[in-house]
Design a binder for this molecule. Structure first.
Ligand SMILES: [Zn+2]
Ligand SMILES: [Zn+2]
Ligand SMILES: [Zn+2]
Length: 146
């Protein structure tokens, strides 16, 4: 594992004190990953200046919103499972599965924009097509005005 200070410490400065709080996470392949929570670095520059840097890691939801935002829910689309914040997370208006920003499909139903999952959007499109075809037949078969 890479030391969490490896990314942000300056090589030219002489370190006097390094402190870091790290969280050990496991990546999708099962390997441990070090994640910096916050750190503190006191260093001495070649000109004799004592530098004190505090590092705070900002964390983000997969929807790119700050992790300070409350969790909305987990996406129910197959193979996804991403957790979005409460502002980005939506539910399919038809089957009510949770949807992340990537898997939200918009459809205009009766002048109103609704969020649908991939499956329900497919069904809705098919129904709309059937209705359009049926409407055409009604028109064709309508008795002609005498
Ligand atoms: Zn979000
Ligand atoms: Zn659905
Ligand atoms: Zn998703």
């Amino acid at each position: 594992m890479k030391h969490p200070f490896a990314d942000f410490s300056e090589d030219d400065a002489e370190k006097l004190r390094l402190e870091a709080e790290v969280r050990i996470k496991v990546d999708p392949h099962g390997n441990p990953v070090m994640e910096l929570v916050h750190g503190d670095a006191v260093s001495l520059s070649d000109k004799g200046t004592i530098k004190h840097l505090k590092y705070v890691a900002d964390r983000f939801h997969p929807c790119n919103c700050n992790a300070q935002e409350a969790i909305g829910g987990r996406c129910g689309e197959e193979g996804c499972g991403l957790v979005n914040c409460h502002r980005c997370f939506r539910k399919c208006e038809s089957c009510l599965i949770g949807l992340c920003v990537v898997h939200q499909r918009m459809a205009r139903v009766g002048g109103k924009v609704v969020v649908l999952c991939r499956h329900c959007l497919g069904q809705w499109k098919r129904k709309r097509l059937l209705r359009a075809v049926a409407g055409l037949f009604v028109q064709l078969e309508a008795p002609k005005e005498p």
